[in-house]
Design a protein around this ligand. Structure first.
Ligand code: BES
Ligand code: ZN
Ligand code: ZN
Length: 474
C-alpha cells in the first residue's frame, strides 16, 4: 500500500474517505449520522461501516490512545481493501496529527495478509493519503520511520508464516546474507562443524537429528560514531517437534513459529541499518530444527556448553534454552564491551499460561534495566510485563549430576526458571546488561486481535527497535 501526505490545496481526487469518530455527534453530515444510527453504529473499537453513497468509511475509536487509533485505522483499511476502490484519504485534524504514528502503523500492520500459498491472491495496489492543511516535515519523518518499522514487522510475519519445509536454517542464512548485502553489513555463518570446533555442544546437539544443518548467524552493523553497543540474540527454531520428548499432536501445530525470536532480531537489525542509527548492533541467531531420529539427542544426555558448564537433559522439548545458552556464550566471547545484551525467544508455554497470548515476559537481573525495557516495549505499541527471578526458583533447575538441568523440578513458574537457566550463560560483567524477552504468547496469533490477523504477529521487532532508538535519547 502506498501511503502519502497530501496538502489540501493540491485538491487531488480520492475514491473514498475514512472518517474516524469517537463521538457520533461530531459527524457533520446529518444524513450519514441518521443512517449510522439506524445501522446501530457505536463508538466501539473495531467497528467500521462503508456508506457507499457518500463514499465514506466511518470507523469508531473509544479513546485517543495508540491502541484505539491503530485498531480503528486497521479496521477501516480492511474495509477499504475489500472493495474495488483504489484510493482513500483521511483528513488529519490536530488531535489526529498528535496520534499520527498510531494511524500509520495501524494501517500498515492491519492491512497485512499472507497469501503466498493461496492460488488466488489479494490485489494490493491501493493508496492511502493523509490530507493536511500545510506540509509538515515532522509528519513526513514519522511516516518514513513507521513505514520502515512496520514493513520489517510484516517481513517478519512473512518469514514466520512460511512453512517449515520452506524456511529452514539455510533460509535464515539466505535472508541474513541478503540483508548483509543490501546494507553492507558483515555476516558470519557457523555450520555444525564450526559449532563442534567452538565446543558449542549444547546448540549442536539439538539440531543433530534434523536433515537441515544447524546454522549460527552473526550480522554486524557498525556505524562510524556509535554511542552504544547492543547485541541481539534470537531463538530460531525453524521447527520444534519436541524431539524425542515428542510434543502431543495438538501442541506441535504452530511450532513453525518457534523461529520468531530469530526472525525478530534479523528484521530489527535491518531497521536499525536502514534508519542509520548511531548504535552498533549485532544480531545473533541460533537457527536449528528440533527433530527425532536415530542420532537424536536424548533425555539423560549431558551436554557441555561453550562456557564449559554441563547441562543435564531431562526433556528434549526444552531445546530453546540449549540453543540460546551457546549463542549467548558466543556473543559474549566474540563481542567485547557490550552495553546491552537482549535475547528474544518463544521459550516457554508457561509464559503463555501466565501472561496470556498478548504479552511478552521481560526477565533479567537488573531492576533498572527491566524497567527501561518495559518502558520501551510499551512505547513501541507491544504489550509486555516484568517477571522477577528469585532464589527459590533458582534451586528448581539444580541437577544431581551436572551443573544445571534443562527443566525445572516443579510444574510452576516455568517461564522464570527458563530465564534463570539462561542466566547460567551470562558472564559476570554482563549480568546487569542482559534482558530476556519470552515472546511465546504474542508471537503467533491463533485468533485475530487488534491489528493482528491470524498467523505470525512479528512480535519483538517494534519492541527491540524502540529500545535501541531510545538509547539515542539517553
Ligand atoms: N517452543 C516451546 C515453547 C512454546 C510453547 C512456544 C507454546 C510457543 C507456544 C519450547 O521449546 C517448549 O517446548 N518448552 C516446553 C518446556 C518444558 C518441556 C519445560 C514447554 O513450555 O512446554
Ligand atoms: Zn520445545
Ligand atoms: Zn521451542
Amino acid at each position: 500500500m502506498k501511503i502519502n501526505i497530501v496538502e489540501i490545496s493540491k485538491n487531488k481526487d480520492f475514491d473514498l474517505e475514512i472518517v474516524l469518530v469517537n463521538n457520533l455527534n461530531q459527524i457533520e453530515c446529518e444524513k450519514d449520522r441518521e443512517i449510522l444510527e439506524n445501522l446501530e453504529f457505536k463508538v466501539k473499537d473495531e467497528m467500521a461501516v462503508l456508506l457507499a453513497q457518500s463514499k465514506k468509511i466511518y470507523a469508531s475509536f473509544e479513546e485517543f490512545s495508540y491502541d484505539s487509533l491503530a485498531i480503528a485505522m486497521a479496521t477501516a483499511i480492511k474495509r477499504f481493501n475489500s472493495t474495488k476502490y483504489k484510493s482513500v484519504k483521511l483528513l488529519l485534524n490536530s488531535s489526529l496529527k498528535d496520534n499520527f504514528k498510531a494511524l500509520v502503523e495501524g494501517a500498515i500492520l492491519g492491512s497485512y495478509s499472507f497469501d503466498n500459498y493461496k492460488s488466488e491472491k489479494e490485489i494490493k495496489k491501493q493508496e492511502l493519503a493523509f490530507v493536511v492543511e500545510d506540509k509538515d516535515s515532522q509528519l513526513t519523518t514519522i511516516l518514513k520511520e513507521s513505514q520502515t518499522i512496520c514493513e520489517a514487522v510484516n517481513s517478519a510475519r512473512d518469514m514466520v508464516n512460511t512453512a517449515p519445509a520452506d524456511f529452514t536454517p539455510k533460509s535464515f542464512v539466505k535472508e541474513a546474507q541478503s540483508i548483509a548485502k543490501e546494507f553492507e553489513l558483515d555476516c558470519e555463518i557457523l555450520g555444525e562443524k564450526d559449532l563442534e570446533k567452538q565446543k558449542m555442544m549444547s546448540m549442536h546437539s539439538v539440531g543433530r537429528a534434523s536433515i537441515h544443518e544447524s546454522q549460527l548467524i552473526h550480522l554486524k552493523y557498525k556505524p562510524k560514531k556509535a554511542i552504544k553497543k547492543v547485541v541481539l540474540v534470537g531463538k530460531g527454531l525453524t521447527y520444534d517437534s519436541g524431539g524425542l520428548s515428542l510434543k502431543p499432536a495438538d501442541f506441535m501445530i504452530t511450532m513453525k513459529a518457534d523461529k520468531s525470536g530469530g526472525v525478530a532480531v534479523l528484521n530489527t537489525i535491518k531497521v536499525i541499518a536502514k534508519l542509520k542509527l548511531p548504535i552498533e548492533v549485532h544480531a545473533i541467531i541460533g537457527a536449528v530444527e528440533n527433530m527425532i531420529g536415530g542420532n537424536a539427542y536424548k533425555p539423560d544426555d549431558i551436554l557441555r556448553a561453550k562456557n564449559g558448564k554441563t547441562i543435564e537433559v531431562r526433556n528434549t522439548d526444552a531445546e530453546g534454552r540449549l540453543v540460546l545458552a551457546d549463542c549467548l556464550c558466543y556473543a559474549q566471547d566474540e563481542i567485547k564491551n557490550i552495553d546491552y545484551l537482549l535475547d528474544f525467544a518463544t521459550l516457554t508455554g508457561a509464559c503463555v499460561v501466565g501472561l496470556g497470548e498478548y504479552t511478552t515476559g521481560i526477565m533479567g537481573n537488573s531492576e533498572e534495566l527491566k524497567h527501561q525495557a518495559l518502558v520501551s516495549a510499551q512505547n513501541s505499541g507491544e504489550y509486555a510485563t516484568k517477571l522477577d527471578f528469585n532464589r527459590y526458583l533458582k534451586k528448581c533447575i539444580k541437577s544431581e549430576i551436572a551443573d544445571v538441568c534443562n527443566i525445572s523440578n516443579t510444574r510452576y513458574g516455568g517461564a522464570i526458571t527458563a530465564g534463570m537457566f539462561l542466566d547460567n550463560f551470562i558472564y559476570e560483567e554482563n549480568k546487569n546488561r542482559w534482558i530476556h524477552f519470552d515472546i511465546a504468547g504474542p508471537a503467533f496469533v491463533e485468533k485475530a486481535w487488534g491489528y493482528n490477523p491470524y498467523g505470525a504477529s512479528g512480535t519483538g521487532v517494534r519492541m527491540a527497535v524502540q529500545f535501541i532508538k531510545d538509547l539515542t535519547k539517553l
